[in-house]
Design a protein around this ligand. Sequence first.
Ligand SMILES: C[S@@+](CC[C@H](N)C(=O)[O-])C[C@H]1O[C@@H](n2cnc3c(N)ncnc32)[C@H](O)[C@@H]1O
Length: 241
Amino acid sequence: MNSQTTVKLGKRLSQLENMLEQSYSIIWDCCCDHGLLGMSLLHKKLADKVVFVDILAHQMALLEQDLQRRFPADKPNWQVICQDVKELKIPQVESQLFVIAGVGGDKTVEFIDSLCEALPGMPFDLLICSVQGNYPVREALIRHGFSMKGEEIVYENKRFYEAIYVTKKPGPIITATGSSMWDWLNPDHQNYWQKILGHYRKKALADPLRFRSIVDDYESLLASANITAEVMPIFKEPNQG
Ligand SMILES: C[S@@+](CC[C@H](N)C(=O)[O-])C[C@H]1O[C@@H](n2cnc3c(N)ncnc32)[C@H](O)[C@@H]1O
């Protein structure tokens, strides 16, 4: 390993990297932009090959140059593809990981759907960190039969993220609200829970049929944690004064 290939990751991408439990034959850094996470995984030799995918042609040309400079001897170990993730031609091989980070929930769900369609009946892993909309993302994962490998709440640059590592094999269930990631004694997590609940309560006012059950899910999550407002003053209902 040399300093030219070392990549400095921020808190969110480091968290994603640290969650990985194994190496892969192919890691796809989907929506890679500058390709930081993929480069770090390449540097750590966590895959036989890392494929960088993004639709931005100019950014992919720059990334190709950067990779050639940093990893010249490893050329066969990486590839840059300028394409929509939904149009990828994916080889039918085992041991593939797709990283989907830094895009919205709707897009993340579209990518999950299209990857499942491209690899029917094949096990593969996903490492997801959507910028919002984690509830529908988790619903899509449940619908497609993924199981949980690990989940964490990440707070970076005043934003909350959920880092979700799953596999398309039977295993621990995924819940739509998240489960093991919540540390109810952590004020950041309390704050995050309140933010999500506030968001869905507002939506439920406009469209109760669609959103009331989501509000119920997040409320019962806290109820099952046995936390009282006296112990956690942050859990006061909004608008109570
Ligand atoms: C904010 S960057 C995320 C970079 C990195 N993954 C991260 O989490 O820091 C989002 C990237 O998604 C790319 N993107 C959006 N839709 C895409 C699609 N359908 N196919 C491929 N890339 C897409 C954009 O071009 C952009 O570079």
